[in-house]
Ligand binder design. Sequence first.
Ligand code: ADP
Ligand code: ADP
Length: 225
Amino acid sequence: MKLSEITKVYGNGSLQVPVLHGIDLAVEDGEFIAIMGPSGSGKSTLMNIIGFLDYPTTGTFELNGENISSAKEKQLAKLRNEHIGFVFQQFFLLPRLNAQKNVEAPLIYAGVPKRERMERAKQMLEKVGLGDRVKHLPNQLSGGQKQRVAIARALVNNPTLILADEPTGALDSKTSAQIMDLLVQLNKEGKTVIIVTHEEEIAAYTDRIITLKDGKIIDDRRTSL
Ligand code: ADP
Ligand code: ADP
């Protein structure tokens, strides 16, 4: 994917808030990237644009060589559902649904028949190490287990890209390390993974660290192995 001269201004009239100023960023398939930077520097806004959750104000966005900058919401929703899995700091699990049903949810939108939904959800929960927790409700799971359910849900549509906004932000350091090991494994299996993090120790799991400040990329470096 290639972002060129992306800007984002929130609001309108006299209440305009410029947040991104000319972001140029090329991401190859299979990369593992951390986006860092102070609070308010535009990290979540950039992630939302990369994930087609929000439109840039100006600039172009190319995906597989195709310019999708002026794609309609319906087309973006399709790209989102087919290509991207989202993971958030606060997990955003549905509290009344067990782990398996939470993982099934995206498949309902995709129109997958019930039996196949159940099978795929169970498979994904096994993949993230929760094969013995499929019937548990979110409040019966630890923070790390909840994030594993959220990762299983992000994976269930077989996305090419995983976007994780502070995936370890609500977890202790040991659990954070386990979640990062899981993301490393998924990246080795071929997923492109982009995370936002405040923590150097978390960013160190990735291959490339991009630093934002005041809506601009001020550093873009490969981590040495
Ligand atoms: P970060 O993730 O680096 O903390 P954000 O992208 O969340 O930064 O926010 C960058 C700036 O954009 C902040 O000043 C924030 O207040 C502002 N902002 C974010 N979302 C909105 C919005 N929907 N409307 C207006 N301003 C927003
Ligand atoms: P923050 O960086 O402020 O902690 P969050 O991690 O809460 O941000 O969320 C990151 C961004 O994703 C926010 O801008 C929010 O609007 C969006 N978001 C949060 N929850 C969802 C959701 N369930 N579906 C889609 N977008 C979401």
